[in-house]
Ligand binder design. Sequence first.
Ligand code: KIV
Length: 265
Amino acid sequence: MPESDGTVTVRTLAAMKKRGERITMLTAYDFPTAQLLDRAGIDCLLVGDSLGMVVQGHKTTVPVTLEQMIYHGEMVVRGSQRSMVIVDLPFPVGQVSVPHTLESAARIMKETQCHAVKMEGGHQQSDAIRAMVDAGIPTIAHIGLRPQSVHALGGYRVQKDADRLMRDALAAQGAGAFAVLIECVPAELAREVTEKLSVPTIGIGAGAACDGQVLVTNDMLGWNSGYIPKFVRQFADLKTMAADAVVTYRDRVRDGNFPGPKETF
Ligand code: KIV
């Protein structure tokens, strides 16, 4: 349930966990998508650096810059009235130094006017999380599979180190993170973390026991190209619909049917 003015805040999410209400999160990278998700009642819009892959066509999220995150973050904030907007810190922000992380996160908050940031990391990044939280920047920690570390991990693999997952989750919560996003871990591990933490967990490829779920919107709408992970459920097939429409447009232009009298001044 949102606040009395309808907006979703960190307090809303904490209360939802207490009440056992599932939190919904989807990615958004532009104004129309943000409007669509906001009006559909999605609690949190994540301006994920996955935009590097699904929008820019890169193989990983690594090339995405701070300026690009700000550019997309601004659009999403403009399209959202009720949902909480969270913007990703791109690689290598969060991994270099605490002052650099803090400055970058502050730029994102100030220039996009989003409500929170997300950072990949847990135990090793707990000083940076604490510094952001102390500066009034709500922070969600992304643990388990961290896509920015794909080269170090040797690929996008299920993360099975239970001790590391729990240590990262507890460190992030201890540093003040308002939530923990868990990617691509066995469902049982995510359940243990969810039961142990007092802050909400948001899962992606982490089973049904998390306090909330997130997906890349392009994946769940079938508006994507390339590899679709096992954890994605496709709720629509927009790519096929759009391809059919484009082919029909092409044919109607070629056969002189478009524009017709109704589309002509
Ligand atoms: O960048 C992103 O969109 C993400 C999600 C996959 C959780 O981090």
